[in-house]
Design a protein around this ligand. Structure first.
Ligand code: NDP
Length: 333
């Protein structure tokens, strides 16, 4: 499978190029950058044969099967629409788009064209989350009463830039992290939040965008979900908890790009550590994407998953602005 990278980004160089190259017969053919020099340097550093500044010229290569879009968020929609029109399979970074309407348009266009469209929600590929999901779906903690997500981190210096100061590029902790938490909660509970309340603010980093948010979501089953996302917490650590009628799951250091963390199960029988696989999250995502293209499999998170995580993030932002309970609008999905 031949790949074109749309965006000379850190997530591409840090994780996804390697994940593409671990797939049998996969190669990265080109990279697109808005800046010719940066594109050429990126291509050289990552051993990519060609760099482009013109998307149509990059997409004109008929030997390219798939694109990976990892530009800033406002570019995902036009770039995905062009790639789909050119008949390429698309792995798109989260959040899929700036608006729900744009995300819906991308997913519908991919369906009409018959190409695979996936969202790069990495967390559902983690061995830790797969183990937690198994515990919940096998009834190990009974009916889930509540869940709590701790995703308040210290945004590393090199990732600040547009994330903390550019609303027009999709900056802010809500599009950056709430989408991942929404996807993770949907993955574990197999249901979609109905409505949310939220408070957002800046606590030392955001310049014109929120850097911290807390929210509470209602699920159709009655499960209550509480989440905390931030860019400014140096020592909080991440985690997720599920509390059920028959037990509780406490997972620490699992809202991360690395295959790390600990899971503890507490029930009437006592406490135990839960083992899990420690494979690379992005390798698994790319493997499932490749299978989806080659043998009609399913990517780990598809386009509808990307629409739904974006819908929850929009509701959280709306609720933080209005101070009211906001229903989540899934755009008909
Ligand atoms: P970067 O800031 O590294 O890259 C985004 C864009 O910024 C690039 O496309 C590039 O533009 C431009 N850029 C990169 N380096 C420089 C530089 N030194 N000077 C000026 N401009 C530069 O973003 P991330 O890799 O952190 O994020 C990209 C996308 O991936 C986002 O949508 C984000 O939400 C998502 N993401 C997803 C993660 C996941 O695990 N699923 C993790 C991290 C990010 P150009 O291409 O025009 O050269």
């Amino acid at each position: 499978m031949r790949w074109a990278l749309i965006g000379a980004s850190r997530i591409a160089s840090g994780y996804v190029i390697d994940a593409i190259r671990t797939q049998d017969g996969a190669e990265v053919c080109s990279v697109l950058s808005s800046n010719a020099e940066r594109g050429a340097a990126f291509a050289q550093e990552n051993a990519i044969p060609e760099s482009f500044t013109d998307l149509d010229a990059q997409l004109a290569d008929d030997t390219v099967d798939a694109v990976y879009i990892s530009t800033t968020n406002e570019k995902h929609h036009p770039q995905a629409m062009a790639a789909i029109a050119a008949g390429k399979h698309v792995l798109c970074e989260k959040p899929l788009a700036m608006t729900l309407e744009d995300a819906v348009e991308m997913v519908r266009a991919a369906r009409e064209k018959g190409v695979v469209f996936a969202t790069n929600h990495h967390l559902r590929n983690a061995g830790s989350h797969l183990a937690i999901r198994d515990l919940i779906s096998s009834g190990r903690i009974g009916s889930v009463l509540s869940a709590r997500v701790f995703h308040a981190v210290n945004l590393p210096e090199h990732l600040r830039g547009w994330r903390i100061n550019d609303a027009s590029a999709g900056g802010g902790v809500i599009p950056d992290i709430v989408v991942h938490d929404a996807d993770t909660i949907r993955f574990h509970l197999s249901e979609d939040p109905v409505d949310v309340v939220a408070k957002a603010g800046t606590s030392g980093m955001g310049e014109g965008v929120e850097d911290s948010v807390m929210s509470v979501w209602s699920m159709p089953s009655g499960t209550m979900v509480q989440t905390h996302e931030s860019f400014t917490h140096g020592f909080a650590g991440t985690g997720i908890e599920f509390h059920g009628t028959e037990g509780s799951i406490f997972a620490r250091n699992v809202m991360t790009q690395q295959p790390v963390g600990e899971i503890r199960l507490v029930d009437a029988g006592g406490e135990s550590d839960v083992p899990f696989e420690t494979h690379n999250l992005y390798h698994r995502a790319l493997s499932l994407f490749t299978d989806a293209v080659r043998v009609n499999g399913t990517p780990s998170a598809d386009g509808v998953d990307g629409i739904k995580s974006l819908a929850v993030a929009h509701a959280v932002r709306l609720a933080a602005q209005s101070g009211k309970t906001e229903r989540v609008d899934y755009g008909g999905f």
